[in-house]
Write a protein that binds this ligand. Structure first.
Ligand code: NAP
Length: 255
């Protein structure tokens, strides 16, 4: 069995690659950091690497072309990051790149691999969203909106596959805080005790291999994903604003 993992150079993606490798899967690892990709390839032994910047649409198609003859059984769309700041102040280019990685690249790879998986009626898609996918996120507005996209797209595809009685499955990982490089990149600190990337990855892999739609690690995050349904939108925005304002770091306004 073979999996393509995006954002495999650190954090959750790296741990998902390790978790699958322990189960005997072959890996195709992507990311921009070639040194980190090669180190993980060396560690796992059963891996290939593709260095690619997923903010560049052409490189996303290049990743697909490099994989489409390789009989991929699982696509893990994990690459992503957040940009902190008031919407009118945050860096436009940085946000557009983020939208390209978090939304456009995930959209392209999901569609192209889904078509291949549907043809042979097998395959697993694991999309990494976030608990942010259930929420409105002032001060991380476009990041939260991007994760809403990932969540809603995955839910819609799940229903289409269910109607077709397809053997292809889609799982959406919605973690709360995870202890990775994410916070330093976004310029925020944790709003709750983080789980480890190993724990998030292991949980996600188990759910994906079991064909479950949701992978929401931790009781508190599960409760939040349910409770948010009963909170009016304006109140939710005010709560998230206060949490985010309290947790910004000095780099929070910078690219
Ligand atoms: N950490 C959290 O609290 C948390 C919570 C919920 C959801 N998530 C989601 O989990 C996913 C993984 O994040 P993480 O927490 O593991 O953070 P991380 O350690 O910073 O990992 C992010 C990964 O995305 C890749 N990436 C970023 N920009 C890229 C680009 N332009 N092209 C290709 N790859 C790119 C990075 O690889 P290179 O730098 O090598 O390109 C890296 O491997 C993200 O989608 C994030 O939104 C994280």
């Amino acid at each position: 069995m073979k999996a393509l993992v995006t954002g495999a150079t650190s954090g959750i993606g790296k741990c998902i690659a390790r978790s699958l490798s322990r189960r005997g899967w072959e890996l195709i690892l992507t990311g921009r950091n070639e040194t980190a990709l090669n180190a993980l390839k060396q560690e796992l032994g059963n891996a290939e690497t593709i260095t690619a910047d997923l903010s560049d649409r052409e490189q996303v198609f290049m990743v697909y072309r490099a994989c489409c003859e390789k009989n991929i059984d699982m696509l893990v769309n994990n690459a992503g990051y957040g940009v902190f700041g008031r919407f009118e102040e945050s860096d436009l280019e940085d946000e557009l790149d983020m939208i390209n990685v978090n939304i456009t690249a995930l959209h392209i790879l999901t569609k192209l691999f889904l078509r291949d998986f549907k043809k042979r009626d097998s395959g697993i898609i694991l999309n990494v969203a976030s608990v942010a996918g259930f929420l409105t996120g002032p001060l991380l507005a476009s990041y939260y909106a991007s994760k809403n996209y990932v969540l809603r797209l995955s839910l819609a595809i799940y229903e289409e596959l269910r109607r077709d009685r397809s053997n292809v499955s889609i799982t959406v990982l919605c973690p709360g805080p995870v202890d990775t490089n994410f916070n330093s990149r976004a310029g925020v600190s944790f709003s709750a005790k983080p789980i480890s990337p190993e724990e998030a990855a292991e949980y996600a892999v188990k759910k994906a291999l079991a064909g479950k739609l949701f992978a929401i690690p931790g009781i508190a995050v599960k409760a939040a994903s349910v409770a948010q349904r009963f909170v009016p939108h304006k109140l939710m925005s005010a709560i998230v604003y206060n949490i985010r304002q309290a947790k910004k770091t000095d780099s929070g306004q910078q690219k």
